[in-house]
Design a protein around this ligand. Structure first.
Ligand code: ADP
Length: 467
């Protein structure tokens, strides 16, 4: 089997896409969650810092002319509690110099940021969140700044843990998604494997009887693909068998008269004959050769018609004139057979068509009608507009055709009476050619017949429209 690169394998490509998209989705959603969580933690810390600042401001001593906390309210217990909560409080003068300080983990530099609001400071002791608030002068107490700080270490540890958990979880989830994707892809592509194996079998063995017979219950894309594949094999098999039959029939049609000719020649040449016998034999041979020439040109025409898929040679044809000319050609034949030949052709019937093929079509039908109608009978040719179509009928009062033959009448080499048809020079291809010509003109050809009463062939063409 031919080596394929991994990305040429649809199954692996699907799994890769599935995993990559899931990974991306997880990164985006987890990233969003992480940022939201981080913001919530910061908001909580900021709120706590603000509350602590309000409490601390209440503890300022308003009765002295210095910036300091009220020593009466200062409690060592509170200081140790603040320490335990990782909170530090700085009281700064307007020049930024530290007046008082609770806590021993944070040492602020002398270059202080003296603006109200929050900031995050990175120190040797980790990151700190700091809230600065301006202290307005009151009574004798001068103005200054209050800074409340809290270590961000617990928050950073929590966020780091969260990040680690997500990063550890990601490969695990991705491998589970990959396995799940592989299972789904295998399930979904199983019918395609089945179809591929079947197509390969048909290609290798040439056996067109193979079918997929897909068992899926839902009418999904795969079921439709499998059904279309089976239908395609059906029509391929039908066409193939049709062609096989046709080739066998054609060789039989050619070989039988050639064998008969050879036999006749051998018999004639087996002993000396009179000039009359030689002449008679040669005339019979000439007749048979004429039939063989007709047969081979009919075969050629039929195969050309079948290959001609486009309406390349269609032109505007005045069907009324064309039928009138054909009727003139048929009249002497009908007279010869002592038949009454009637025509009713409406004027100005126009279609898009090939004049040569149309002549061939109506000559075939009229020739058959004349051939299969005995003396004193009647053959008629009528043409008229019927709704949006043009209808041409070739009727006769001849021998008719039994109902069991009607469905096969347009098959190649189908004859109702083989020997009679051959004897009157028929090739068995006349009606097959007629039907092929009608189809090339987007029309229909139908037959109605009663044994002993006569036959009517009806050709229906779409009417030519100028739009
Ligand atoms: P062929 O060249 O042998 O006539 P066709 O394809 O033209 O072959 O016709 C097929 C068969 O249909 C003929 O063998 C003949 O028996 C029958 N057939 C065709 N037209 C008529 C008709 N108008 N009346 C009776 N039988 C007909």
């Amino acid at each position: 089997m031919k080596y394929r690169k991994p990305w040429q394998n649809l199954r692996l490509r699907l799994v890769a896409w599935y995993s990559v998209l899931t990974g991306l989705f997880m990164l985006v959603s987890d990233g969003f969650m992480y940022l939201e969580f981080r913001q919530t933690l910061f908001d909580q810390i900021d709120n706590a810092l603000e509350v602590t600042a309000i409490q601390a401001l209440k503890n300022l001593d308003d009765e002295v002319d210095a910036l300091m906390f009220d020593p009466r309210q200062e409690s060592p217990v509170l200081a140790s509690l603040l320490n335990a909560a990782g909170v530090e409080i700085y009281l700064l003068g307007q020049d930024g110099l530290v007046k008082e300080h609770f806590g021993d983990s944070l040492t602020l530099s002398t270059q202080q940021n003296l603006h109200s609001g929050f900031e995050t400071l990175v120190t040797e002791n980790g990151r700190w969140r700091i809230y600065t608030q301006e202290i307005l002068p009151r009574n004798d107490r001068p103005a200054g700044w209050l800074k409340v700080a809290r270590s961000l270490q617990p928050v950073d540890i929590t966020l780091q843990n969260l990040l680690n958990q997500h990063l550890l979880k990601l490969p695990l989830i991705l491998s589970m998604v990959g396995l799940g994707g592989l299972f789904l892809a295998n399930r979904a592509l199983k019918p395609i494997d089945q179809i591929t194996r079947m197509a390969e079998k048909v290609r290798v063995s040439g056996d067109l009887t193979q079918r997929i017979h897909y068992q899926g219950t839902t009418d999904d894309e795969l079921k439709r693909l499998a059904t279309i594949f089976d239908e395609m094999l059906n029509s391929l098999q039908a066409t193939f068998e049709h062609e096989k039959r046709f080739t066998a029939d054609a060789s039989h049609e050619l070989r039988t008269p050639l064998t008969a000719l050879k036999g006749r020649l051998q018999t004639t040449l087996s002993q000396p004959r009179t000039a009359d016998i030689y002449e008679e034999t040669l005339q019979a041979i000439e007749q048979e050769i004429d039939r063989l020439i007709r047969l081979s040109s009919d075969l050629l025409l039929l195969s050309r018609l079948e290959q001609q898929h486009q309406d390349v040679c269609l032109e505007l044809v005045d069907l009324s004139d064309l039928l009138a000319a054909i009727a003139e050609q048929i009249q002497p034949l009908a007279d010869l057979q002592q038949l009454q030949f009637l025509t009713h052709i409406a004027p100005d019937l126009q279609i898009q068509g090939s004049p040569d093929h149309l002549i061939r079509l109506f000559l075939n039908l009229l020739d058959n009608a004349v051939k299969h109608t005995s003396a004193q009978g009647q053959v008629s040719l009528t043409a008229a507009v019927q709704g949006h179509c043009i209808q041409v009928r070739v009727s006769d009062t001849g021998i008719g055709i039994s109902p069991e033959h009607l469905p096969h009448l347009f098959e190649r080499f189908y004859r109702v009476e083989k020997s009679r048809s051959r004897a009157i020079g028929g090739t068995g291809l006349g009606l097959a050619i007629a039907q092929e010509i009608v189809h090339r003109h987007h029309g229909t050809l139908a037959v109605q017949s009663q044994p002993g009463q006569g036959t009517t062939f009806t050709v229906t063409f779409p009417q030519y429209s100028h739009c």
